[in-house]
Structure formats: C-alpha cells, structure tokens
Design a binder for this molecule. Sequence first.
Ligand code: ADP
Ligand code: MG
Length: 360
Amino acid sequence: MNESNTDTLLPEACAGKIFEFSGSKFAPDIAAELWPKILQHKWLMSEKLGRDVGLRTASIDFLGNIDQAHKEFMAYKQPDLLAEMGAQTVGREIWNTISDSQPPKQVVERRIILPLTEEKLARKHGVVSPKTIIFFGPPGTGKTHFVKAIAGVLSWWYIEIAPSMLMADGIDKLGVNLRNVMEKARQLEQAVIFIDEFEEIAASRDTANRIDKSITNEFLKQVPLLKNQGNRILLVCATNYIRQLDAALLRPGRFDCIIPVGGLDDKGRETILRHYLSRLNTGDVDIDQVTALTDRFTPADIEYMFQKVAQSAFELEYTSKQEYKVTTETFVKVVAQITPSLTDEIIEEFIQDSATYSRA
Ligand SMILES: Nc1ncnc2c1ncn2[C@@H]1O[C@H](COP(=O)(O)OP(=O)(O)O)[C@@H](O)[C@H]1O
Ligand SMILES: [Mg+2]
C-alpha cells in the first residue's frame, strides 16, 4: 500500500483518494474494506511461516486470491474466538416447543428465519434479512427462549453477552468492552449474538446517571458496522423495559426489527403444558382444564408450576411409599399457590408499548 499508516482503519484524511495496494487501484470504500483484511492476512502469513511477513508480500498474496485468503483467516481464528466468546450450540427442537400462535413466532419466522433459509428467493425480491433486533415484553414471556430457538433453527452459534460482563471492569470501561466484543463478533460467521437486559447498558441518557453516556454512542457506531458486513450475524437485544431505552437507539435505521413478546393464548399454553407434561409421571390429566386454569401465566410461570407439581409428586410418593401419579387435581392444588405474572396493568402497558415501539 502506498500509505505508510498501518492502523487497522484507513485514516479519515485519506477519504476521496484512490488507493493503491501493490499495483492495484481501489476506490476508498473498497480500500477501507480490504485494508483490515490485508492486515489479518499479514498476521496469518507471519503466524504460519513463523516470521514477520512484510505488508507488500501480504498484499500481493491476499489480492491474488481474496475470497480464499479471507476464508482461511476466518477458519484459523474462528475456534479461538468462539471459545473466548462462550459460543454454544442449540438444538433445533427448542423451536418446536413454541406454538405457532405464541407471539412472536410468526413474525420471527417470516422476517428472520425465512429470508435466511430461502436466501435466493429473498434476493430475487430484494428482501434484506434483518441483522439487528430488539425483543421487548414482560419478564418470563420467553424472550431468551426465542433467541435460543432462532439460533437452533438456523444452526448458528448462540453467544450470550451479559451486561454484567461488559461492566465487569467498571462503568467507565463499558464502552471499550462493548467495542471489543462487537469487534470480535464481526469476525464470526453464522452466529446469534444476544445481549439480555439491554436497558442495563442502553437506558436513556436522561435517566442513566450511573452509566457512562458514551455507551449509546458506541452502540450507534457498532450497529452500522455490523450491518455492513456480509457475514451471517444476528444481533438480538432483549429488554423488559423498552421505555427506558435511549430514543436514539430506537429510531429507524438502527434496529431493523423491534418485536413485542407478549402473553400466551390457550394454544400457546397448551403446547408448553404438553411439553412439560411429557416429563412427569402422569395419571389422568385434563389438559383443557389445566389450560383454562393457567390463564395469564407466562412461560416462566408455567415452568415454575411444573417444578412445584414435580416436587410435590416426588414428596408424596416418598412419604406414602405408594406410587403417585399427577392428575388434574394436583394442578388445581398447585395453581392455587401461584400468582400469575401478567396483571391487567402489565398487559395494558404492554399493549401501549407494542403500539408505540413495534417495528417488524
Ligand atoms: N414455548 C416456550 N416459550 C417460551 N418460554 C418457554 C417455552 N417453553 C418453556 N419456556 C421456558 O419459560 C421460561 C421463561 O422464558 P425466558 O425466555 O427466560 O423469558 P424472558 O427472557 O422473556 O424473561 C424459560 O425457562 C423457558 O425455557
Ligand atoms: Mg430473559
């Protein structure tokens, strides 16, 4: 390259110039994309040969076979990165625990899954698959569960980034940590990156007195970078409190989809009930009756109810020394001890938020 700068980014002062790497000329935007890859290739060549390879040699080698060179780098770096980021695999079956009527399964299927699995058709019609998504809704409605299900059905890596991890080095390092994590994420292929409790790091500037305000700015820088990449990466952020998020983040163009995750209808509850029932030692259970009993239960409430049912069946058999089978009666007793999470107030608030913030 005819510039002496070896930063990972092309200096802004160079904007508008034509760049020359080892005899080939490139427009600035192409050069900006190639430059970090050439540096990566230089690193990889040096690593493989056990000596420092010069920029010129690396450029020539890289430009001779751009696609292959970049793939090689990714393959070399990927296992380290995946381990470092705590990447997990998720089974496809988790998607099937979600009934078609459970919001937002249909939106997710149409907007996120299909354009990625039917890539050719999507391209034909100019459909661009979303890269950045927010899930919002009351606690326990299945936001995390959905993100895992998406990773599972796509067979992509699932990487969870906890706000506490980003804040581990103190609030003032939050921006730097976020940038580092996103830089790593951008090098991956086929990964769902999940930031839970998003409001912890992305609350509105007016109220976020505890947290360095630069975090929203850092985020606003990272989102377009992620979108410009050709990689198959999905960034999903989840929050119980969409109202607290900085309005700057919610403007069109930042997140592609803002999706409400709300309560369950009868069909949705029945599907989850059947899923958990299959793990119990059951006698006669009237599923319609249990479905009716669990109105306003979130998936988390249902899970809790099953834990209690299982524990009580186990204890009863232990004390009586006689086989205990779970029946409708067992559910009636246990449900009486549980207060459903969804109240009129929460539902009303969620309906308002859905009208205000949803974008699919
Ligand atoms: N079909 C389902 N949809 C959503 N959650 C489910 C489903 N089946 C079981 N669950 C369980 O319900 C619990 C609550 O879901 P979670 O995703 O943690 O909610 P949130 O992230 O919205 O607080 C989780 O333990 C999840 O595994
Ligand atoms: Mg969650």
